[in-house]
Ligand binder design. Sequence first.
Ligand code: IYR
Length: 223
Amino acid sequence: VDPPKWIAWSDYRELPEPEMRARAAAFYAEMRRRRSIRRFADRPVPSELIEDCLRTAGTAPSGANCQPWRFVVVTDPAVKRRIRWAAEAVERQFYEKLAGREWLDALAPLGTTPQKPFLETAPYLIAVFAERQGTGPDGRPRKHYYVTESVAIAVGFLLVALHHAGLAALTYTPRPMGFLGEILDRPAHEHPMMIVVTGYPAEDATVPELARKRLEDFVTFFF
Ligand code: IYR
């Protein structure tokens, strides 16, 4: 392994403290407006927008910088239809058999059902896969580290980027999700993690009135 080349971090920009405070507050004000929605408009979204948001996702930190994420962007109506059919089949099983009373009770406030029309309505389905291993320069399998954490951070970046760009999104996780790799023809070492559904919200999109925890209820300042 070659020793790394170290360069000055010239991209870092220190800001005056008042500006830091203003930016932190403004960013929070923007992020608190984000919601998951389940009804999308079928209006088209420029692909450049999605590409830039995916570039942002690709700036996420990752274990040993393996960047073990793979995003498969789906717009083809026929493929979206296949994904919807497969997803609704596993959802019927989930709601009827797998979930159980406790889980269904926890989901009740979200009003979710086995029907997933958004998988066809939304212009973009971004299927997220985790590469359990990569390929080294010699073409041999190369181990990846902290794969789940790394991909989850990248998805977080993606959600922030989409919201910042003015799009709505939903993280969607049917279980089991093996059908996703089959439909999208992914290799076996890629583990399906979720589908990020994105586009404009439907005009009549509603969201449940949910409360977010207050800072004191999820942060401990340990001095
Ligand atoms: N995947 C199912 C159920 C579901 C589970 C959780 I945890 C949620 O936060 C939301 C839904 C569905 O999408 O209906």
